[in-house]
Design a protein around this ligand. Structure first.
Ligand SMILES: [Zn+2]
Length: 330
């Protein structure tokens, strides 16, 4: 944006005010000015001297008739290695006077050094005959033919669209090979750890299916912990791992009971090496299968409860988090 004072100053030098900038051609240079936070800023697009030698370096500061401080200049440098000179003035009462001084003394000195002699169109690359025509692009005064402006604007827009698309793809890829994978691992570990109480409860003869709650919660918690986000992939992997872990926990509970009997010495005639055989024969019984089925179904019910409850609380927690700063905000 620009202040009325800056606009007035620009008018003295034949500059236009619009699109948030005071801009135009000054001593042959495409120039734009605007007010910053506690600063006044200026961009000067430098051309080339007519007889410029290859790799000729100009000491831009040495060309100035006064020290930078005399103009209240805080920053005086080329932007991104472009022939674009950024001049930042410290803004307090009297700064407009210093800027006027800079425009009256320093800019002519740059012109005398030949820096506004030859300009090339940013679109077609052809050198301008005489003074360049300019277009304001994102606040930057760019030399571009009037008849090239339309193409130039379109190409910039295409570039920006491509950049956005690339950014979107990159973040999608990062999500796929990074956080989602970690989250799936987390859901697995969470469900696995959540199933331990089930096995213990069952081993001591209580209704173990209530332990399903912890399996469901563990899956969501694990996903969230390792991936840092809760989304569709979280719900899917938590459901899958809870669904796998409930029957496994049920099975492991059964095996744990048998193991306990062995260790307690209640199965004297049988030895530890018979464990596998005995377990298989028990699980082959129709009765056992029926109770197993019921256990698993109950377990699923509780796992669903735990999963949903935890998911809702996590989602709520995420929503209350302050939005992350995007790089565009810098
Ligand atoms: Zn052109």
């Amino acid at each position: 944006m620009y202040s009325p004072g800056l606009k007035k100053l620009g008018a003295e030098f034949g500059l236009t005010a619009g699109k948030g900038r005071v801009y135009g051609l000054l001593e042959g240079f495409p120039v734009s000015m605007w007010d910053g936070a506690g600063t006044k800023n200026m961009l000067i697009y430098l051309g080339e001297p007519r007889d410029a030698a290859e790799d000729a370096q100009t000491d831009l500061q040495a060309l100035l008739p006064r020290e930078l401080e005399a103009y209240r200049i805080m920053q005086y440098e080329l932007v991104d290695d472009l022939p674009l000179l950024l001049v930042v003035f410290h803004d307090n009462p009297g700064t407009l006077k210093r800027i006027r001084q800079f425009l009256q003394e320093a800019v002519p000195a740059l012109r005398e050094a030949g820096l506004s002699q030859v300009y090339y169109c940013a679109q077609c690359g052809k050198a301008f005959e005489g003074a360049p025509e300019i277009d304001l692009v994102d606040g930057t005064p760019v030399p571009v033919h009037a008849y090239c402006q339309e193409d130039f604007a379109r190409e910039i827009e295409e570039d920006e669209r491509e950049e956005r698309e690339q950014l979107r793809q990159e973040s999608a890829e990062a999500l796929l090979d990074g956080s989602i994978l970690k989250g799936v691992l987390g859901a697995f570990l969470g469900a696995l750890i959540g199933s331990i109480p089930w096995v213990l409860i069952y081993m001591f003869g209580y209704l173990a299916s209530i332990g399903g709650i912890l399996i469901g919660m563990g899956a969501v918690f694990g996903y969230k912990k390792l991936s840092g986000r809760v989304g569709t992939a979280c719900v899917v992997s938590a459901v899958v791992f809870a669904a796998l872990m409930v029957p496994l926990a049920c099975y492991a509970g059964e095996a744990a009971i048998l193991l306990k009997e062995f260790i307690a010495g209640n199965l004297e005639p049988l030895r530890m090496s018979d464990f596998g055989w005995l377990f298989r024969s028990i699980t082959a019984l129709a009765e056992w299968r029926e109770s197993f089925r019921q256990n698993v179904l109950m377990g699923y019910l509780y796992a669903a409860l735990g999963l949903i409850a935890f998911l809702i609380s996590k989602r709520h927690g995420l929503r209350n988090r302050p939005a992350q700063q995007s790089p565009k905000d810098v």
